[in-house]
Design a protein around this ligand. Sequence first.
Ligand code: FAD
Length: 390
Amino acid sequence: MSTSYWLDRTKKIGKKNYDVIVVGAGISGLSTVYWLNQEDPNLKIALVEKQRVGFGASGRNAGFITCGSVEHFNRMISKHGKQEAIEIWKFAETNLQLLKEHIIQDQGNQIEFRERGCYSLASQDSEFTELKKVAQIMNELGIATETYESERLQKCVGANNFVGGIKYLADAETNPIALLNLLQKKIKCDLYEQTEAYHYEATPDGTRVLKTDAGDFEASMIVFSLNGYSPAMHNYFSDKIYPTRAQILMMEPVAAFMDGPCYANFYLDYFRQMPDGSLLIGGFRQLAKETEVGYSDHTTELIQNALHGFVTTHLPQYKDKKVSHRWGGIMGFSRDGQPLIGSLPEDNQIFFNGGYTGHGMGLAFNTTKSLVDGIFGREVPLWLSARRFN
Ligand SMILES: Cc1cc2nc3c(=O)[nH]c(=O)nc-3n(C[C@H](O)[C@H](O)[C@H](O)COP(=O)(O)OP(=O)(O)OC[C@H]3O[C@@H](n4cnc5c(N)ncnc54)[C@H](O)[C@@H]3O)c2cc1C
């Protein structure tokens, strides 16, 4: 992005000076501030957000805090090799542990946090065969899973027309905005909402200037925590993070009928029941991959009909319940499905994280911890480093 002569408000409102400026107040921006506070409580930090805390994907997601990745574990092994696949899975398990230890603590009830595990369901025999193989591999590695044949599965998740599934026992779920609010209470920074960052400049004395619609911010370093919005900030991200839309449909509350959140169809679709009984169904972007991209969060008839069709097929007893909400949000997909952290090749004081590929609630807290490790000269895993794309 750029700033015009007419939009530049610096002269009117002066400059603001900080040690670090973090841009984007979703789960990853708030978490970045948290780890910077832990590193040095004296750092003066500005958190700059175009709209308000949680306006992006962090306030629009389904609230799954899942381990692992965007695909079945056997496929992760094929892509990354066994050791790296285990490392990625353990990294997400650590993410949840860190969230519990540092943020959630004894406030679980207030943020609707539940550790009930998460199911992965198959509607085709071939996927169930693959899932059983996944469960075997994972159990041998000490990652706890359980396998469910269709009848037992129906009793646990109340859904029809699935041939079977597996349950990852370590997964959790939450109210995403409540988690963000809790995280926000634990950080120390000056928060500037309704402040859109345009671009940054480096001055000869090493100061980085962030141009925003509320004037200039100065600091010695900037961190972009923009996930799906990253390519709009800088071209570097245009072949690394792809803005990708996801849509959700929410139905009015019904009596509790499922004992854990569910993914289906190779992680592409998902559903869960809220503590108040509301039913959330998401996914189906695979039906319109070419249009479910970009920065618009509107919903479409095609995807919303498919989400309702899912209810008719798998949860027919609720198909006539009222739809209470429909929404969309922008995710940041990376080239290999894993997040990326690093600094810009042209400026080693401009840092970033993003590319969570639909799993930032399960990854961002630990990812930003690694980012702060990197900023302060400690080693970071290569699978997480943006250098893997060089
Ligand atoms: C419908 C949907 C369902 C999902 N379900 C899940 C799930 O169940 N579990 C899970 O783990 N993940 C899920 N995700 C993905 C998850 O929400 C994201 O991975 C995560 O929220 C990314 O967090 P973030 O802070 O990096 O980005 P965001 O939350 O998108 O935050 C980026 C922020 O930057 C701000 N911003 C943008 N441009 C500028 C600018 N120029 N200046 C200042 N600020 C700017 C935006 O307003 C936004 O607040 C889902 C996503 C969607 C959309």
